[in-house]
Write a protein that binds this ligand. Sequence first.
Ligand code: DAH
Length: 350
Amino acid sequence: MSELQNLEASSLTEIGDCDDLEKLERLRTVVFGKNGRFTKIVKKLCDLSEEQKSKFGSEINSVKKVIENKFSEKFVKLEAYELNKKLEAEFVDITMPALPELSGKIHPLTKVEEEVMDIFSSYGFTFADGPDIESEYFNFTALNVPDHHPARTMHDTFYVHKLADAEGRKLLRTHTSPVEIHTMLANKPPIRFFSIGRVYRSDYDVTHTPMFSQIEGIMIDENVGFADLKWVISDFLKKFFQLKDLQIRFRPSFFPFTEPSAEVDINYEIKGGKIFFGAGDKWMEVAGCGVLHPNVLKSGKVDSEKYRGIAFGFGLERLASLKYGIPDLRGYFESDIRWRETFGFSHFVR
Ligand code: DAH
């Protein structure tokens, strides 16, 4: 077998065996490259006579054509094969259902805060805010809370700074009632405001957390009294719980800042392990309230001879839990996304 026939046979076999495009290109260089097997044979033409040259030349040309055709044929095959492989790997099943997307939920406190705001604004109350870090004066003294009151102890309250200034030590407010004093100092009567904000106490169990939220309301005018207080609170609770027949009980109580003072209860019953408000003869406490003590009006620089005030405070989480059946108070503040998925509200239902 001549050298040329050998080359043809081996090239055709190698091309046939080749299984990827890159190898095929390398093989092409091995055969037809500058120092390729085929090129080496062509170079030998120089040493031949004219006659041999033309014979050998046409033989060379036909072998070249055969090998080149085989290369082209294989190239087309491999290209198609590799394209198919790529398409298969990149296959997207457009009939597959989409992955569920976490859309986020509105926190129950935000929802309830908006509901409360709606109702109090409808009575002409405006919103007022106060600082989370208060002085002993605004949190206690101005509210007629005596020096020896247990709420003032380190055990019950988070003191921010041991050093005291003219207003006493600084602390995380234990209730939103100090906002009453700030509002009285900043406004002239008649005054009608409400506030919603965080408050802090050293407590932690299923029904107590070191931080929670309160709603505070105050109304000051020449002729306000307990009857106004009863109406505002009763109407608010009926609207909030969306229960016309909700029964509301004002139970005598004591707060240093109000005289008389009362705690507010709503009626409920438990049926089949579920709680129902506005039915039954059990009572659940939801608020504290009263007619402002003259000392509190004085702290707010309000003429206590001419004006009287009524005030009330609700726990926001308690209202939210009762209305929407949220069991453990601690869930509100633990930032567990699963809790919010369970108890949160969709953005589209408002
Ligand atoms: N500040 C009271 C508390 O945290 C709640 C309260 C009771 C607020 C009576 C009031 C009120 O405005 O009049 O327990």
